[in-house]
Write a protein of this length. Structure first.
Length: 80
């Protein structure tokens, strides 16, 4: 039984390229530091950590970007 290493090498190169591309795309988080909903999330995350509360403040923002900024800020504040 012969193994065609050209196909194997091509598949391996494709898989490596996809993994590198996906890793690069995930590493590029937007900079929310000046966003007011991000800052609100940081404050509330810190406050919940101090008071040993869970993520009880369920905010729903009209803009999806504001929701993402708030959640990113909350996690940042919670982890500090």
């Amino acid at each position: 039984m012969k193994i065609d290493f050209r196909h194997f090498a091509g598949a391996l190169a494709l898989a490596a390229g996809l993994a590198i591309g996906a890793g690069t795309a995930l590493a590029q988080d937007p900079d929310y530091s000046k966003n007011k909903t991000y800052q609100q999330g940081v404050r509330e995350g810190k406050d919940d950590k101090v008071k040993s509360k869970d993520h009880s403040k369920k905010h729903h923002f009209k803009k999806d970007e504001d929701q993402k900024a708030y959640e990113a800020g909350y996690q940042e504040g919670r982890n500090k």
